[in-house]
Design a protein around this ligand. Sequence first.
Ligand code: FRU
Length: 491
Amino acid sequence: LSGVPGFPLPSIHTQQAYDPASDFTSRWTRADALQIKAHSSTSVAVGQNSMPAQLTMPNIPADFPQTSPDVWIWDTWTLIDKHADQFSYNGWEVIFSLTADPNAGYTFDDRHVHARIGFFYRRAGIPASQRPVNGGWIYGGHLFPDGTSAQVFAGTTYTEQAEWSGSARLMNVHGNTVSVFYTDLAFNRNANAGNITPPVAVITQTLGQIHADFRHVWFTGFGTHTPLLRPDGTYYQTGQQNEFYSFRDPFTFEDPQHPGVNYMVFEGNTAGDRGTPNCTEADLGYRPNDPHAETLQEVLDSGAYYQKANIGLAIAENGSLSKWKFLPPLISSNCVNDQTERPQMYIKDGKYYVFTISHRTTYAAGVDGPDGVYGFVGNGIRSDFQPMNYGSGLVLGNPTDLNTAAGTDFDPNPDQNPRAFQSYSHYIMPGGLVESFIDTVEGRRGGALSPTVRLQIAKSASVVDLRYGNGGLGGYGDIPANRADINIAGF
Ligand code: FRU
């Protein structure tokens, strides 16, 4: 076995499947994540891309078009069924996005506390080359009636309330009931945006109906919002344990190995009080006698234990998906990274891929990687997941110089690659197509849909398909349905 000279070997992960209800949590270890640095070039000019080209999203041009003049848009998802197939409805493609008003007096970076779920539609079945350059999405407005998502916080004290990411599930093909799973948020903040009390995040369900005629798409319902899950403090960290906790981004699916059973993956953090220095040798994941292994004491001394993300799992307790029970996390990344966001389960050729998005700035001390998509493969929904691509986990990063300090999207390091924050919040669609939103390209802020790219995924490896679209970049906001829902009653 040979690794990269000067670096430890990745941890051994068998991909073995476990009972989804069992308490086996696989680990994205420091030994795994260090493979990203191991495969980053140390000899590129400052501000270039140091990452392997086949794991890098091609450059988004700085003259990208806006998706909509009316709203900033970021996290975006599609209308899916229990197998994550993407449906058009009576001839219209539909997407759901977090949106905020660009003319309301706050900045793009302050959008999160104002987020509302909006929807867009366009005619199905038109190739990207025949669409308007921005993808041709028509803005349909907010998805939920005003005030309805605030129901969950009735009687509590908050200063802002927002709708964060989730997923939209078509409950029956040939029907029009849509179940939206999303993160309902209430903030209680002072004038400096500090927390008076921790934000309250509740994974919530609301049911509505989709409608379409020859001119447009609209929704009814979404008047009743049912809280499903709040973090338990045992598997999933609470706001009381850490005011910076993450608990959000529900994605539901049925496991073909367990027909009729519905599961949900979501973003969480390992439970326990913030700042408790309790990562373990298993979180480090070094092989016995690896000469490049860190000691546990070195890692704890670095403060890496402030970063403890996990990917959560819950199981539905009824067919209407309104009652859920926590199961132990699928993957933890203690002392590795603090955020594993918008997780999804992607099933292909009998393999189960957990894809998630993460940031360079949420890595723990001593480990590093670009903003983008990370992937883990196993033989079932709960597995000893193997991080993809050299055991590292990296699947699709923004062009980034890992030798140069990150900066941020709102305060860029002038020496960093001007596309290190070009895109985020990627979602992997059928056929390996990947949609995301544009954050910052050469200092120009986005709030628009990125060009779609395509991944070729085989076993534990993936590459960006540079023959797709124009040098690897497809149409802006090209988010096609791969299935059609024809609801006769809806015509
Ligand atoms: C990812 C994300 C999600 C969250 C949303 C809030 O871009 O952090 O986890 O739901 O943004 O804006």
